[in-house]
Design a protein around this ligand. Structure first.
Ligand SMILES: O=C(O)C(=O)[C@H](O)CO
Ligand SMILES: [Mg+2]
Length: 254
């Protein structure tokens, strides 16, 4: 069975940020991801992780200081200086928090050279921090209209062009199902380049079992592929308490 992590931006969001690590550990998770850890001093977050025996799997780049603007700059021609500034800042957090992965957000762009820009920026980041692992994640156009990376096959092409061992694909079952209509088929097509997994059902982005995705089959395929990273729960609980949305986890564990 996969090893499950909790995304603390989605799960336990009913609690103050400072209490979410303890709640995740109490629910049985061994790791967490925090999409935007930038509002809290890194040393406080690190202390909470350590106190609860949690690994930090992933944070997002850039920090969300783009009020009303594009989610990320990696695919924005002309945004290279901003991209580099953000990556340097995120690297400081990742180092202090010992975050295993940085998800680099592409941003919204329909420029003809958006993908060329994304490739070049990812190469720059990968070379600037060769010890750090990065991911890219296709996001579905219903939730993120205009996002430059909205297709897993395109993401595979981008990774082939980037050609760096420390840049991989982030597979989110929710986006895979929304974009391609069959998350399991996307997994089978791209598992060799996947370095991080997130799960949520579709449509609706609820807990596994609330939508169309066959999670027992997906978990079996993840195991069969030899993927040994974390599988992070990134969904919106339908229950008031996130802990009450974890029936799928209890059903999955032996
Ligand atoms: O939306 C998602 O699925 C993500 O993982 C992003 O990081 C959120 O911005
Ligand atoms: Mg995701």
């Amino acid at each position: 069975m996969p090893r499950f992590a909790a995304n603390l931006t989605f799960l336990f969001a009913e609690l103050p940020f400072g209490e979410r690590c303890a709640a995740a550990a109490a629910a049985g998770f061994g790791a967490v991801e925090i999409l935007y850890p930038y509002d809290t001093a890194a040393r406080d977050t690190r202390r909470a992780l350590l106190a609860n025996g949690l690994e930090l799997v992933l944070i997002n780049a850039p920090p969300p200081n783009y009020t009303g603007g594009t989610p990320g700059f990696a695919a924005l021609p002309g945004g290279e200086d901003r991209f580099r500034y953000d990556i340097r800042r995120v690297l400081r957090y990742a180092t202090e928090l010992k975050a295993g992965l940085i998800h680099v957000m592409a941003g919204q762009s329909d420029a003809a050279n958006a993908i060329d820009t994304l490739v070049a920026n990812l190469q720059w980041a990968a070379d600037a921090a060769p010890e750090q692992s990065f991911t890219i994640e296709p996001l579905n156009p219903t939730d993120k209209p205009g996002y430059a990376l909205a297709d897993f096959d395109l993401a595979a092409e981008v990774l082939a062009r980037v050609d760096r061992a420390n840049v991989g694909l982030q597979f989110d079952s929710y986006h895979a199902q929304m974009i391609h209509g069959d998350a399991l088929a996307v997994w089978q097509r791209h598992s060799s380049r996947i370095s991080h997994v997130q799960i949520g059902d579709a449509p609706g982005r609820g807990a596994p079992g609330s939508g169309q995705i066959d999670f027992p089959a997906l978990f079996a395929a993840i195991d069969a592929s030899g993927y040994d990273g974390w599988v992070s729960a990134e969904y919106t609980p339908a229950t008031r308490r996130s802990a009450d949305s974890l029936g799928w986890l209890r059903a999955t564990m032996p």
